[in-house]
Design a protein around this ligand. Structure first.
Ligand SMILES: Nc1ncnc2c1ncn2[C@@H]1O[C@H](COP(=O)(O)OP(=O)(O)O)[C@@H](O)[C@H]1O
Ligand SMILES: [Mg+2]
Length: 327
C-alpha cells in the first residue's frame, strides 16, 4: 500500500490581522493509504470543509504541506489539482447541469480533461455504460437517460453527482456532507451505495458529515475534529472504548465525563488520566434490592428522567456528580 494523501501540519487563518480573524486550521496532520475510506465528523465550524478546501487548493494554506499520491501539490493551483480529485458538496443543485440530460451530464464528467467534448454526441457503448452505472443506484434513473437533470429530486441529482465524481476513478474523492440535504430514506440507500462503490473501486475517500450514525455506518475509520484540529482518528470501536479527550468521549456514544472520578467507589486513580468516562450502558441501577457488586455501588438521587422511545435516560446525582444511566 502507498500513501495517497498526506497532510502535514497545515494551518489556515482567515482574515488575519482583522477583527474577523479566524484560525480555521490549527495544525492538521493526516495520512491516508490508497483505498482508505474515512469519515470526518465534528461540530459546526470545526474546520471540516476548510480541510477539504485546502486539499482541493481553493486557496493557499498559510503553512504546512499537502501531498497527493506522493506529489507535493501544496503550490499547485486548484485547476491543476482537479485532475486528481472528485468532489461532491452538500447542495444537490451544484454538481450537475440543470438544462442537460442525465447522459449528457455523465458524458461531460467522463470526458473531463480529455480533448473530446460533447461534439460527437454520445455513442451506444457509452450510453450502455451509463445505464449500467445508474442501475447500481436502484433509483430507476437508468430508464431516464435523456431526462433533464433539472426535473429530478435532490436525492436523485446528488446520486448522479456522486457517479460523476467517481466516473474517472479519481485519486481522491472529497465528499462534503453530500447527504445532509436529502430525505432520510434516499439517504440510507445512497449511503449503502456509496460504501459499496468506494470499496469496489478502491477510491481513497474522505466523507464529511455532522451525523454520528452516518459517520459510523459509512466508513471503517472516523476522524473527529474540533477547533481546527484532529482530536482523534480510529475505528468507531477504538474511539468508543478509548477516547483520547472528553470531547471525543461525548461525540461517539453517550457518556458522563467525571473529573474527580477518584471520589467514586471502584474507581482507582489511573496515572495520566484526568477524567473518567462512564457509559450509561455499563451502569446498573436498582431502586431497593441490594446491589450485586457492593464494592462499586453508590447511592444517588434521581434528578431527571428523559423519555427516549425504547428506553429512559435517568440522570442520577451521586455525591454531586451527575451520571446518566439507562432504563
Ligand atoms: N472563506 C472563509 N472566509 C472566512 N472564514 C471562513 C471561510 N471559510 C471558513 N471560515 C471559517 O473557518 C471556520 C471553519 O469553517 P468550516 O471549515 O467551514 O467548518 P465546518 O467544520 O463546519 O465545515 C469557521 O469559523 C468558518 O466561519
Ligand atoms: Mg462544512
Amino acid at each position: 500500500m502507498s500513501e495517497m494523501l498526506k497532510i502535514e501540519n497545515i494551518r489556515k487563518v482567515f482574515n488575519p490581522g482583522t477583527i474577523n480573524e479566524k484560525v480555521a486550521l490549527d495544525g492538521v496532520d493526516l495520512t491516508l493509504e490508497e483505498g482508505e475510506f474515512v469519515t470526518v465528523i465534528g461540530g459546526n465550524g470545526a474546520g471540516k470543509s476548510t480541510t477539504l478546501n485546502a486539499v482541493a487548493g481553493v486557496w493557499p494554506v498559510d503553512s504546512g504541506k499537502i501531498y497527493i499520491g506522493g506529489e507535493d501539490v501544496t503550490k499547485l493551483s486548484e485547476h491543476r489539482r482537479a485532475q486528481y480529485l472528485g468532489r461532491v458538496f452538500q447542495d444537490p443543485m451544484t454538481g450537475t447541469a440543470t438544462t442537460m440530460s442525465i447522459e449528457e451530464n455523465m458524458a461531460i464528467a467522463a470526458r473531463r480533461g480529455k480533448s473530446r467534448g460533447l461534439r460527437w454526441g454520445i455513442t451506444k457503448a457509452e450510453r450502455e455504460k451509463y445505464r449500467q452505472m445508474l442501475s447500481t443506484l436502484h433509483l430507476g434513473l437508468e430508464d431516464r437517460l435523456t431526462s433533464k437533470v433539472g426535473l429530478l429530486s435532490g436525492g436523485q441529482r446528488q446520486a448522479i453527482t456522486l457517479l460523476m465524481a467517481s466516473i474517472q476513478k479519481p485519486k481522491l474523492l472529497l465528499l462534503d456532507e453530500p447527504f445532509a440535504a436529502i430525505d432520510a430514506k434516499v439517504r440510507t440507500e445512497l449511503r449503502n451505495w456509496l460504501r459499496e462503490m468506494v470499496v469496489k473501486l478502491g477510491i481513497t475517500s474522505i466523507f464529511v458529515t455532522h451525523d454520528q450514525d452516518e459517520a459510523v455506518e459509512v466508513a471503517d475509520e472516523i476522524i473527529i475534529t474540533n477547533h481546527g484540529h484532529i482530536e482523534q482518528m480510529g475505528t468507531p470501536m477504538e474511539i468508543y472504548k478509548s477516547p483520547d479527550t472528553p470531547f471525543v468521549a461525548q461525540f461517539i456514544g453517550r457518556s458522563s465525563i467525571v473529573e474527580h472520578y477518584e471520589r467514586l467507589l471502584g474507581f482507582d486513580p489511573v496515572e495520566g488520566a484526568t477524567h473518567a468516562v462512564i457509559r450509561p450502558e455499563f451502569v446498573r441501577m436498582s431502586r431497593s434490592e441490594p446491589p450485586q457488586h457492593m464494592s462499586a455501588a453508590e447511592r444517588g438521587i434521581v434528578k431527571d428522567v428523559i423519555f427516549r422511545g425504547n428506553h429512559l435516560d435517568v440522570v442520577v446525582d451521586v455525591g454531586g456528580i451527575p451520571i446518566v444511566t439507562e432504563r
